[in-house]
Design a protein around this ligand. Structure first.
Ligand code: TYD
Length: 208
């Protein structure tokens, strides 16, 4: 049986990724296309336990390096638990975030650098390069305005926004470096228009 395709979705917090994943899930189910949805960090017992450590407000003293290593560790486990078995069964694997999140958040935004983050993700990068990565391109400023409206913009926590701007710059750099794999979709459009762009990309790339 032919191996399934590995598709990842990326974007800044609030870019509309969850809506697109929901629309894609409905589409794949309606069309009887065998697939699984999964997410990072998480998607399995051990990876979900690591997710809890990573996203818990109780672990504020975690170093940036430890954070990056835990994302990488959870990724390796997740590949073995969920991604590889589904690909081997010929299924489409759709993953909400993957290595590019580590490049954008840990390498760029936290400032750990591409070299360190690529090295600790070498296993995933070498063995499980996504066939397609859909990057929903929406700036953090636009995402914030969409969520809270213009009036609240002043109350924005500046450090938070500076971090998310660096995440966005990181994604743009990754997309520019690998244009064949990373397909950008304009996140400023209506959800339906974004979704029709997503479907076009997946069809063009031979995933659907
Ligand atoms: P989640 O609640 O799943 O957010 P979202 O719906 O935006 O995907 O939380 C995942 C968080 O983890 C998100 O803020 C991005 C971050 N993250 C990293 O910093 N590095 C990574 O490698 C991954 C996979 C996620």
């Amino acid at each position: 049986m032919a191996r399934g395709k590995f598709i990842t979705f990326e974007g800044c917090d609030g870019c509309g990724k969850s809506t697109q994943l929901r629309l894609l899930s409905e589409y794949l189910t309606k069309n009887g296309i065998p697939h699984i949805f999964t997410r990072e960090p998480g998607g399995g017992k051990i990876s979900e336990a690591i997710r809890e450590i990573l996203l818990s407000g109780k672990n504020m003293e975690m170093t940036d390096e430890c954070e990056a290593l835990l994302y990488a560790a959870s990724r390796v486990q997740h590949l073995s638990d969920r991604v590889e078995p589904a690909l081997a069964e010929g299924k489409l694997v759709i993953c909400d975030r993957y290595v590019d999140s580590s490049l954008a958040y840990q390498a760029y935004a936290r400032g750990l650098g591409m070299d360190f983050v690529s090295k600790i993700n070498a296993y995933a990068l070498k063995n499980y390069r996504p066939d397609v990565t859909v990057f929903i391109d929406l700036t953090p400023e636009a995402a914030f305005l969409r969520k809270h409206g213009a009036d609240e913009n002043d109350r924005l926590e500046q450090a938070g926004m500076a971090f998310h701007k660096r995440v966005y710059e990181g994604y743009k750099a990754v997309a520019a470096a690998e244009p064949d794999r990373v397909c950008c979709v304009d996140g400023n459009q209506t959800p339906d228009k974004v979704f029709s762009d997503v479907l076009n990309i997946l069809k063009t790339k031979g995933c659907l």
